[in-house]
Design a protein around this ligand. Sequence first.
Ligand code: OKP
Ligand code: ZN
Length: 340
Amino acid sequence: MRVIYSPLHARHDGGVELHRGALVPSFESPARALYILDALQQGGFDVLPPRDMPESRLLDVHDADFVEFLRSAYRRWTAGGRDGSMLPSGFPARGLRRDHVPSGIHGALGYYTFDASTPVVAGTWEAALAAARCAMTAAALVAEGDSAAYALCRPPGHHAGRGFFGGYCYLNNAALAAQQLRDHGCARVAVLDVDYHHGNGTQEIFWERDDVLFVSLHATPESEYPYFLGYADERGAGRGEGHTLNLPLPLGTRWREYRAALDMALEAIGRYAPDALVVSLGVDTFEADPISGFKLTGPDYAQLGTCLAAARLPTVLVQEGGYAIAEIGANVARVLGAFP
Ligand code: OKP
Ligand code: ZN
């Protein structure tokens, strides 16, 4: 399968994040993409740059005011005399207004994000846009007949919603890939999110739609990020009722139990009979991941790839998380290597 990659990801280097009460170096770093790229090049994969997809495509899954905020946020920050990473310090929780975007940059920043782990720096917009273009390009290749394609996206995307960013994510790459498939010949698309964390942004974007099925395997939000979405009783609404399926799993999950949940996910996808599949491919389910609590091993990722390929659907794989940098490339290569 072909790999879509842009070096522009390196323009985004958040530096620090607020993690369990401490400011620590960002887990989501440029090295992640470099290690994946290196492993895939060693593995003989063809690497292509993204196409110059128009920015207007973003508006199919994101609000215009939100996109404009991301585009201009860092300029506003520096105009206020600041440098370094933008991090928020106040959010519109229950009891506060959500119908008004504060005109000042600090209030606007808190309005448009939901955590303090997702810094905006000078190159964030360029990198996020390049990642979105990688995902849309991979989807275009599949719509044009490739049986599978992989978008080496960085920053990741599945926590970003229609009008908010967070969880290291700014634009929702997987949702943009799904929308690209919808607009180019696929009447029904399934998104399968296998990242350790629940893809709250993707779920929100497709919550009321029946043309995109969202299925997610992830660690229980009772103790794991993003905490406030991803429970089993969330099933979609309106036309989308029954088109969201969450399979939360306990900490310590190993391949045996993971595989059982994956089979349920793939059965649900089979029943939906989509024209194409988008996989939000996080490899932070790995036993050595520094921020996660599952116990998948290297060889398990080859099994994961085999299970995904056995669905025999045109498939777009979109990179999400994975923070055990030394093994991230090998684990991604194992998944991709299982595809014919
Ligand atoms: C992004 B992706 C926990 C901090 C969690 C955000 C995690 C975002 C994961 N104390 N920080 O789904 O891999
Ligand atoms: Zn994750």
